[in-house]
Design a protein around this ligand. Structure first.
Ligand code: HEC
Length: 182
């Protein structure tokens, strides 16, 4: 109730003032834009998409999961509305400038740096220039604490957009090939 005197408070009660209203619930809008997706707090219980993706170039190891709606998709299909994909970006343990590797030759996982999310819904993701459209996908990023990060989402879009034939999902083929093998 910022500078809201007694009179104003009375008026507010009658007519409603935004300052007087209860705090908005922390939920995503019906048609979220980039950066507005809700943090999918339970994603660690979701089906695996790909594990331990090695990215020595980015000095990272990545863990990918997909929610149940997406996991029901078959190879050759597009993911349905309601699909959410999460990619955890872990820092690789470094030895100076060089990422360390374990006995298995793989990078060693350090701290979780960021959580990248892409989610799809009917009519989402249309408020961007045509060359940045990624079907109905919308992008968001979070810190390891689940707080939204203000990333440059045009970069996400620019790098995923060329993959229209694979529903804008970089590791589409690898996922289905490995899922069949599992
Ligand atoms: C320079 C290219 C590039 C940019 C920029 C980029 N991505 Fe990706 N993204 C990839 C690649 C490549 C993968 C596959 C995993 C890997 O190799 O690291 C991927 C995978 C993903 C996945 C898992 C699903 C999939 O496509 O396999 C999500 C979710 C994702 N990115 C979200 C984001 C978000 C959110 C941003 C922006 C904050 C972003 N990406 C920016 C290249 C990019």
């Amino acid at each position: 109730m910022k500078k809201c005197g007694l009179m104003l408070a009375a008026v507010c009660m009658l007519w409603g003032c935004s300052e007087m209203g209860t705090a908005p619930a922390a939920k995503a809008p019906a048609k979220p834009k980039d950066g507005e997706l809700a943090y999918p707090a339970d994603y660690r219980t979701w089906p695996k998409f790909l594990s331990e993706v090695q990215r020595p170039d980015a000095k990272q190891i990545r863990e990918l999961v997909v929610n149940q709606a997406g996991a029901r998709t078959s190879q050759g299909q597009m993911f349905p509305s309601g699909t959410v994909m999460v990619m955890e970006l872990y820092k690789a343990k470094m030895n100076g400038e060089v990422p360390e590797t374990g006995a298995d030759g793989k990078l060693i996982k350090g701290d979780l740096a960021k959580v990248f999310v892409m989610a799809k819904g009917d009519g989402w993701g249309q408020d961007v220039p045509d060359n940045l459209k990624n079907g109905n996908w919308v992008f968001s990023a979070f810190g390891p604490d689940g707080k939204a990060l203000a990333e440059d989402f045009t970069k996400c879009r620019a790098c995923h957009a060329p993959l229209a034939a694979k529903d804008f999902v970089h590791r589409y083929d690898e996922y289905f090939d490995k899922r069949i093998a599992r």
